[in-house]
Design a protein around this ligand. Structure first.
Ligand SMILES: Cc1cc2nc3c(=O)[nH]c(=O)nc-3n(C[C@H](O)[C@H](O)[C@H](O)COP(=O)(O)O)c2cc1C
Ligand code: SF4
Length: 595
């Protein structure tokens, strides 16, 4: 092991910023991160061993105790559940003779759950040693069980088990065809840097990762920051359950995405870029490395790009199973080899980002759109969409519809039109924007896809009338409790209490007072959490409490429900109380009440 670690650290140039990539390789070779490896890493990278241990403990794909030689994880997205995930994982456990969350006695296999793996259009999905498994069913599980029991190397497993489809079902201006390689950079060199930024401004492009910040403004801020070293980062963490469009863009439009990053580098003066790729998309890693290689060969990356005298190169960094790392400041921490804990903002990454230097962090789709705008001009983009939402949005559609997959719609399209297009019927509601977004009921289908009305980074999950909405809320509430990074009390305690309180109600042990306390807790978690995760963790509860209080009412213990008790009135009081400023004290009180 000593030699292995020496060679590994040398490969990563003794840089502690590469800690995640180093740990990934150790985990993959030893099924865990052994103590002696940590000691050796600490010496070679010159960082405290306790820092390495906290990183190992933070990321869900690293372990201090061995996992199986075949580490099986099943995706826990609501769409996987809708496709029968629960009975499939039980079947896996029975066939493989291993309990969920455990390693089999012979050490050959382990089985567990993992957050959404980004395959909601082809689930139930899973991972084996980090590689995506799709369309799991009983015959596939039988096949996988045999392969594992015969200890067949993954390289010899049938490719069909790992087949990932793009499922592009509606192409608009961005998805219709790839831009010619280098076309955006040539257009930029012809037009000039300032003029290209002006075109981007004219296009009205807003970030596609959720927050919708004006892209040209972000690039301008970074270019004006006082520092000679700048960075460009592409956020391909795509952890919001129900989102998988970046996976498709990176599979089929990687050149466009890298071209957008190179464009940004030229405009901002950056010489180094990173693609932060979620660990669940390991299957894309080699292909993306070969696209980067191709671009270097073609003079579109590395030194003296297109003979214009500017240098820029891109490295790929794989994540290790932490949804919070999609938040931009957390992503930067992770890129620096640290635990995924959000920074205080301001200062923002445009002035203090990677290694404290000015950094642009943009979503995959944003970079791709920027490249297309450089080729076709700002007006080409701005003529589509609404006043405040220009262009089109690429959606990942899944759930109860005949044609799950990727769709590109002009902003302003109604939810009804989207549902018609994807073959949804008998629809009860739609989760727009994933668990951190909004649940809309069948009375709201005339609302529009736009920043003015319903914003989404891309997740669009359809539910028909056969679904129990409280099961959906439970899945989302558990997701947030699992993914909270634990840094701040309102979210760490709040998400755990939301989960506990909701489970109590759904299991029929709750009183009307518990529903009121649940709503209070929602407001406290939302209003006092440090970052976007905690601030949106209560959204599934709040949006459904508001729309369907009667569903919560039905779950209450009969005994607690006094005739004439006004649950709506009590909830309104809770909403008023939530506005008070003594929130932290209150949260502590509720916490104590639940111990
Ligand atoms: C908990 C959390 C998770 C996020 N996950 C992602 C993600 O996976 N991909 C992404 O592009 N943005 C994500 N974001 C938004 C980023 O913080 C950031 O706004 C975005 O990368 C900026 O790029 P854009 O301007 O192109 O949208 C997340 C935000 C939060 C709070
Ligand atoms: S809100 Fe949650 S995820 Fe964000 S910093 Fe606090 S504990 Fe971490």
């Amino acid at each position: 092991m000593r030699q292995f670690i020496d060679a590994l650290v040398e490969k990563f140039q003794y840089q502690s910023t590469h800690l995640l990539m180093i740990l990934r390789e150790i985990q993959s070779s030893y099924q865990h991160i052994p103590g002696p490896a940590i000691e050796q890493l600490a010496k070679l990278l010159q960082i405290p061993r306790t820092q390495i241990i906290s990183v190992v403990e933070f990321y869900s794909f690293f372990h201090l105790a061995p996992r199986g030689e075949y580490e099986l994880l099943m995706s826990d997205s609501i769409t996987d559940h809708m496709l029968g995930k629960k009975s499939l994982i039980d079947y896996f456990a029975q066939k493989l003779n291993v309990a969920v969350g455990e390693v089999r006695q012979d050490g050959v296999v382990s089985l567990d759950n993992t957050s959404c793996t980004g395959m909601c259009d082809q689930g139930p999905a899973g991972l084996v040693n980090g590689h995506a498994l799709t369309r799991l069913d009983r015959p596939r599980i039988d096949q996988i069980t045999d392969l594992i029991n015969q200890q067949q190397p993954l390289a010899d497993w049938p490719a069909e088990l790992f087949r990932v489809e793009d499922n592009i079902l509606r192409a608009g201006p961005l998805l219709k065809q790839q831009i010619e390689q280098g076309a955006a950079l040539r257009a930029m060199l012809k037009r000039g840097l300032k003029e290209t930024l002006a075109e981007l401004e004219k296009s009205g492009l807003r970030g596609r990762g959720g927050a919708g910040f004006n892209t040209a403004l972000k690039w301008r801020f970074c270019s004006e920051a006082h520092d000679s070293q700048r960075y460009v980062v592409c956020n391909a963490d795509e952890g919001e359950p129900g989102t998988f469009k970046d996976r498709v863009l990176l599979n089929s439009f990687a050149h466009d995405v890298f071209e957008g990053m190179t464009l940004c580098a030229a405009i901002t003066g950056a010489s180094k870029g990173f693609l932060y790729l979620r660990g669940e998309y390991l299957h894309l890693y080699e292909k993306l490395e070969s696209v980067l290689h191709e671009r270097r060969q073609a003079g579109l990356l590395a030194n003296d790009i297109l003979g214009a005298g500017f240098n820029f190169d891109i490295a790929i960094c794989l994540g290790a199973g932490a949804y919070i790392c999609g938040e931009e400041s957390t992503l930067i921490e992770s890129l620096e080899g640290k635990c995924g804990i959000p920074r205080n903002r301001p200062p923002y990454p445009v002035t203090h980002g990677y290694l404290g230097k000015p950094t642009v962090v943009d979503n995959v789709e944003t970079f791709m759109a920027a490249a297309c705008i450089a080729v076709n001009g700002g007006n080409w983009f701005a003529k589509v969409g609404t006043e405040k939402s220009k262009g089109t949005k690429i959606l990942s559609i899944s759930g109860d519809c005949a044609r799950p997959g990727i769709y590109e719609f002009p902003f302003g399209t109604s939810i009804r039109a989207i549902l018609d297009d994807c073959g949804a019927f008998d629809v009860f509601g739609v989760q727009v924007g994933g668990p951190s977004g909004t649940f809309i009921s069948d009375r709201e289908f005339d609302r529009q896809l736009s920043f003015e009305d319903l914003a989404t980074a891309g997740s669009f999950i359809v539910f028909n009338t056969s679904r129990n909405i409280l099961d959906i809320v439970q899945n989302f509430t558990h997701f947030f409790a699992h993914e909270s990074c634990g840094f701040c009390t309102p979210c760490r305690v709040g998400t755990a209490l939301l989960k506990k309180q909701f489970d109590k109600i759904i299991e029929g042990h709750g009183s009307a007072g518990d529903v009121v306390a649940l709503e209070e807790l929602c407001h406290l978690t939302k209003n006092y959490s440090h970052c976007g995760l905690g601030q949106s963790a209560a959204n599934p509860l709040l949006t459904t409490l508001e729309r369907y209080p009667e569903l919560y009412q039905k779950q209450l213990k009969k005994i607690s429900y006094e005739p004439g008790f006004d649950l709506d009135g009590a909830l309104a009081t809770a909403r008023r109380l939530a506005k008070r400023n003594d929130a932290n004290a209150h949260l502590g009180q509720i916490g104590e009440d639940h111990q």
